[in-house]
Design a protein around this ligand. Structure first.
Ligand SMILES: [Zn+2]
Length: 169
């Protein structure tokens, strides 16, 4: 269905905000909430007038984007730590997740309490506190900054969208 095709919605400041379908985008245009940026698909013929089939629209008002929390996963932690053991500094693909304050002592499974550790360091630390094993962290672990382009992560990027997504070269 033509009305189900994806449309890139830009915020008032031209930043990609989300993706909706043609039906929703036409409503936004019709109600004067958005302007047509790219009409890459021609027109739908209606009784009154031809209606454009947008591929990119821009909102007239600024939408405050909620801060998206980065989902905690093994891969995401390894990437944050650049595949480097946070105890000995060794760069390796065979990493484990280590809870700084052990789970057994009530340590949370959070960005701030989880680091990449090589197998020897993980064995050495085991279920102990850093002070008990005289180990030290390379750096304070934090949640990585939100990725403004997360909305395209599992999506096919249309040719007409590319000028509005600077990172999509
Ligand atoms: Zn190590």
């Amino acid at each position: 269905m033509l009305t189900d095709l994806p449309v890139l919605v830009l915020n008032q400041n031209y930043q990609p905000l989300n993706v909706c379908n043609v039906k929703r985008a036409v409503i936004l245009l019709d109600r004067g909430k958005a302007e047509l940026m790219v009409n890459g698909r021609g027109y739908i013929r209606t009784i009154n007038r031809p209606v454009p089939v947008p591929s990119v629209v821009r909102l007239f008002h600024m939408v405050k984007r909620p801060l998206v929390q980065r989902r905690l996963s093994r891969r995401a932690v390894f990437l944050r730590d650049r595949y480097t053991c946070q105890y000995c500094g060794k760069e390796t693909k065979t990493l484990t997740l280590d809870h700084i304050i052990p789970r057994s002592r009530g340590g949370p499974h959070s960005w701030e309490n989880v680091v990449s550790a090589c197998i020897p360091c993980n064995h050495r630390k085991a279920g102990l506190m850093l002070e008990e094993v005289h180990m030290r962290l390379a750096r304070e672990p934090r949640m990585p900054p939100p990725n403004p382009y997360y909305l395209f992560q599992h999506r096919h990027i249309l040719e007409e969208w590319r000028p509005f997504i600077p990172w999509a070269e």
